[in-house]
Design a protein. Structure first.
Length: 222
């Protein structure tokens, strides 16, 4: 007797969240995404269909395989993945789950998806991202880009966030996260006690500076 999974027929496609690296084609005319799972070797577009990364002929998602796109139900759960060191340069994606899918406790594994919105993390210096700049690595035919501020981009290949959205198509919107809203950022981690301590330290340094300035002024007069 075969065990059949319960079938869902939602009135609207489900929404999910995931993280991915942003990528720009070698010619600079296309924008896409590369995942952080075993399927990361296959860049995908804003609207795309999943294929089995193991070369099997079945359609994704297959019950006896882990192929297909993956996402989680909650935005906060996807943001938590951005705290790890290897994922600090990734972006947060809001996606529409299309086609057949398998529901799990925390998310979906599914056949097709549309990336609706992208949130770019702040620059490595902590400032809000103004552009997407070459990250220094990529895939064959694709270079990975990540958020950078105007002061840190330098001479690297870069493009505006709106340009990435235009190259990706499908009505995609791309925005930059405020540093104080990114999980684990210094601005978010500091509460009232930490801010009071920081202010006291700055005041102490100012008192020392003023004392040294007064001593130098007295020496000059003498």
């Amino acid at each position: 007797m075969r065990l059949r999974l319960p079938e869902e027929r939602p009135t609207e496609p489900p929404t999910g969240y995931k993280i991915a690296r942003l990528a720009l084609s070698h010619g600079g005319a296309r924008a896409g995404f590369t995942g952080v799972s075993p399927g990361a070797a296959l860049p995908y577009g804003a609207l795309d269909t999943a294929h089995c990364v193991y070369g099997r002929r079945h359609k994704a998602p297959h019950r006896r395989c882990d192929c297909g796109f993956h996402c989680v139900h909650e935005r906060a759960a996807a943001e938590a993945f951005l705290c790890t060191g290897e994922h600090r340069g990734a972006a947060l994606l809001e996606v529409t789950v299309l086609g057949a899918y398998i529901r799990f406790e925390r998310g979906f594994r599914y056949a097709r998806q549309r990336v609706r919105a992208v949130t770019v993390r702040p620059c490595g210096c902590g400032a809000r991202a103004a552009v997407l700049a070459d990250a220094g690595w990529g895939k064959p035919g694709w270079r990975v880009v990540e958020g950078a501020c105007a002061a840190c981009v330098g001479k690297r290949v870069s493009l505006r966030l709106t340009e990435f959205a235009r190259f990706a198509g499908e009505g995609l919107t791309v925005g930059a996260a405020r540093p104080d809203t990114v999980p684990g950022s210094p601005a978010e981690a500091m509460g009232v006690p930490e801010l009071v301590a920081e202010a006291a330290l700055l005041q102490a340094r100012l008192d020392v500076f003023q004392g040294e300035l007064a001593r130098l002024s007295e020496d000059e007069k003498g």
